[in-house]
Write a protein that binds this ligand. Structure first.
Ligand code: 4NP
Length: 164
């Protein structure tokens, strides 16, 4: 299963989703083979590590994002990934516009996996205060757990390895 997380700059929300989901999936679905990556729809920060404020907030919860570097979504990503999860509606529509027709159903909002959050978008924390980064982490942790639950029940691979 190959999963790509997408935001605008790939320095706040989507690298956090990549790091958090990698950590939670390693615990919850240790036998499922996963490729996890992230990218941005805009190229302003290509090659940069995640924003320091985001890295610090993630690190306080035990997630190390320091090795990640920003990149943009490439046309090949639409063929390569099984699931492409956008952080907000703006990035969802950018992806839907760029995706070839046959893969458009692989593009979804990440917060579909956290219905209890009561919101459908992970808000852009870039120009906000420090609480924005904590809220981003709360939403992403909830959706990462929900995505693990969905993979556990929906993925034939996951069902196979969990069957005694
Ligand atoms: P991200 O946040 O999409 O979560 O990485 C942003 C980072 C940078 C900018 C906007 C959003 N920017 O305008 O530079």
């Amino acid at each position: 299963m190959k999963i790509l997380f997408v935001c605008l700059g790939n320095i706040c929300r989507s690298p956090t989703a990549e790091g958090v989901f990698r950590a939670i999936a390693a615990q919850e679905l240790p036998n499922l083979e996963l490729t996890i990556d992230s990218a941005g729809t805009a190229g302003y920060h290509v090659g940069a590590p995640p924003d320091r404020r985001m890295r610090d907030a993630a690190s306080r919860r035990g997630y190390d994002l320091s090795h990640l570097r920003a990149r943009v979504v490439e046309p090949e990503d639409f063929e390569r990934f099984d699931l492409i999860l956008a952080m907000d509606r703006q990035n969802l529509s950018t992806l839907e516009r760029r995706a070839p027709g046959h893969v458009r159903q692989r593009v979804r909002l990440f917060l579909e996996y956290a219905p209890e959050a009561g919101v459908s978008e992970v808000p852009d924390p870039y120009y906000g205060g420090p609480n924005g980064f904590e809220y981003v982490l709360d939403l992403i942790e909830a959706a990462a757990r929900g995505l693990c639950d969905a993979l556990r029940t929906d993925s034939p691979g996951a069902r196979q390895v969990n069957t005694p």
